[in-house]
Ligand binder design. Structure first.
Ligand SMILES: Cc1cc2nc3c(=O)[nH]c(=O)nc-3n(C[C@H](O)[C@H](O)[C@H](O)COP(=O)(O)O)c2cc1C
Length: 202
């Protein structure tokens, strides 16, 4: 439990990546963690497209950025000071932050649990990435990256079934050398409600 808990507490979203690609072995471990995540009804419907083509990733990341309109950060409300997101810094033009590996998670449009299936797989992958010293960042709303003619062409090239959509992306890469590991924000109080607690402490 110690190591798992350490990984859970240590993981932070990484948005500044080294240019080096992650190794094949590391990628395989991370994908395996995603494929063994819980899945609604045991259906195994989602598809993970691992793109390590830097040009494609950059173009899709820029389309995603152009199609994203996050509520911009303020001095009091920001995403991350150490690893700014597109909501923190309007000068960031690539919503995938030049990550060398971008996994897009696709799932069926007409299946109720598609977003959850993709999210739990992503969390397994993020934790296993962290345990390997690899940085990751979850990118919600995967579909705007494909919402232009180039993106549509990429969907055809990748042979994505017409009844599937891009739920989200998972960025992977080594953290940029010299960067300090981001710190977690303090946890907001009052988010756990306990009912029927019989014993205290353990
Ligand atoms: C559903 C969801 C969507 C997210 N979308 C983005 C995103 O589009 N861009 C981004 O930079 N980070 C995104 N994140 C990462 C969050 O910003 C990050 O998890 C949060 O700020 C907490 O920081 P931490 O992951 O370092 O603990 C997303 C996270 C979740 C769970």
């Amino acid at each position: 439990m110690g190591e798992l808990m350490d990984t859970i507490l240590y993981r932070r979203s990484i948005r500044r990546f080294d240019t080096r690609q992650i190794s094949e072995w590391e990628l395989e471990q991370i994908l395996k963690a995603g494929l063994f995540a819980p899945i609604a009804g045991g259906g195994q419907r989602p598809i993970f497209v691992v793109c390590q083509d830097r040009e494609i990733n950059e173009r899709l990341g820029k389309i995603k950025r152009a199609n994203s309109h996050p509520r911009m950060a303020t001095a009091a409300s920001y995403v991350s000071r150490q690893q700014p997101s597109i909501a923190d810094d309007p000068n960031i033009k690539n919503a995938f932050y030049d990550a060398p590996t971008v996994i897009t998670m696709f799932g069926p449009k007409n299946f109720l649990f598609t977003p959850e299936d993709c999210a739990v797989a992503a969390e397994n992958m993020m934790l296993s990435a962290d345990a390997l010293g690899i940085g990751s960042c979850y990118i919600g709303q995967g579909w705007p990256a494909f919402d232009d003619p180039y993106g549509q062409e990429i969907l055809r090239q990748w042979d994505i079934p017409g009844d599937y959509y891009a739920v989200s992306q998972l960025l992977l890469g080594y953290p940029r050398p010299g960067d300090s590991h981001p710190e977690a924000k303090p946890r907001r109080a009052g988010r756990v409600i306990r009912i029927g607690q019989e014993s205290k402490g353990r």
